[in-house]
Each structure stands twice: as C-alpha cells, then as structure tokens.
Design a binder for this molecule. Structure first.
Ligand code: FES
Length: 170
C-alpha cells in the first residue's frame, strides 16, 4: 500500500536516448564545419534529430567545440525553440494567436487535450505526443492553424484534428 501511494505522483520515465556519436559528429562537423560560430545551427540540428537537446549530446558538443557548458546553456535558455526536457516523437503545436483564436483554436486545443489526456505543454506517458501552443506563426489567413511535426495544417477543425490524431496513433 505504501508502495502504491509513493508511486501515485510518479512521472512517466523518459525513454533512454541512445546517442549515436558518429551521427552526432556528422551533425556537428559536416553541416557546420564544427565551427563554434555556428553553435546555434548545430544546436538546431541536434534538437531536430532528438526533438530536444539531450544532456550527453550537449556535453559532447561542449568538448568537441571547446565551448563551456555554461556558454551552451546561455544560448539554449535564451531561445524558446530549444528544449532541455524530452519531448514526444510527434510535436503538435496549436496556434492560439488572435486570428486563430477567433476561428476556434481553443476548441481544437481542448479536443487534443481530451483525446491525449494531457494539457498543453505536456507529453504523453508513452512519449508519442507533445502538445504545445504558439502565438501566431504568420499564416493567419489559413487559421486556425496547427503545426504537426513541422507541417502546417490550415483550416483545422476539431473533427479533422481528431481524425489526424487517430491516424497517427495507429
Ligand atoms: S494567429 Fe494563428 S497564424 Fe496568426
């Protein structure tokens, strides 16, 4: 019983990330010449590969480029596009900017939350989905807009969103 109550608040464990250091070398050197001036570009490439910035990858990057970890953290924490926490394999971003909001974006967000059982900013326990919200992504005329894994979906509705999620879940 004590064991059960101790585990009630336990958060899902993030899946272990296996860093392929050969691949990481490619990200660091082939695309940017391993130049510390291109640090942001390199961080973007690592983030794109893992959907977040794994600590072992940052330590490796620090050693390879000769940039301190505090220097890397300074950049990572400055730009909102970078995330240090593991995120799901699929990133769903619902735009809640004004134009999308008046066209029902809040309802779409709610339907995603209900379907996945998470709130905006959270990741499902199986690390399949992360739900995020954004404020205007510059294509208001297509609103409401949802970005799923970097692909823009305009004219979104709750029904379309749920169908898309069901397809992705299979
Ligand atoms: S308000 Fe959603 S794209 Fe501009």
């Amino acid at each position: 019983m004590a064991e059960e109550s101790r585990n009630q608040d336990a958060k899902p464990c993030a899946p272990q990330v296996d860093i392929d250091y050969q691949e990481l070398d490619d990200l660091i050197f082939q695309r940017s010449g391993g130049d510390k001036e291109n640090l942001i570009m390199i961080l973007q490439a690592i983030s794109k590969r893992y959907n977040y910035l794994p600590l072992p990858a940052l330590r490796y990057l620090s050693a390879k480029l000769g940039v301190s970890m505090s220097g890397i953290y300074e950049i990572v924490t400055f730009y909102s596009m970078f995330c240090l926490e593991p995120r799901g394999r699929n990133i769903i971003s619902v735009c809640l900017g004004t134009a999308c909001h008046v066209r029902g974006a809040e309802r779409i967000k709610q339907s995603v939350e209900d379907y996945l059982g998470i709130k905006a900013g959270e990741t499902t326990a199986d690390f399949k989905f992360t739900l995020e919200t954004v404020r205007c992504i510059g294509c208001c005329s297509l609103g409401p807009v949802v970005v799923i894994d970097e692909k823009y979906h305009g004219g979104m509705t709750s029904d379309k969103m749920l169908n898309t999620l069901k397809e992705m879940a299979n």
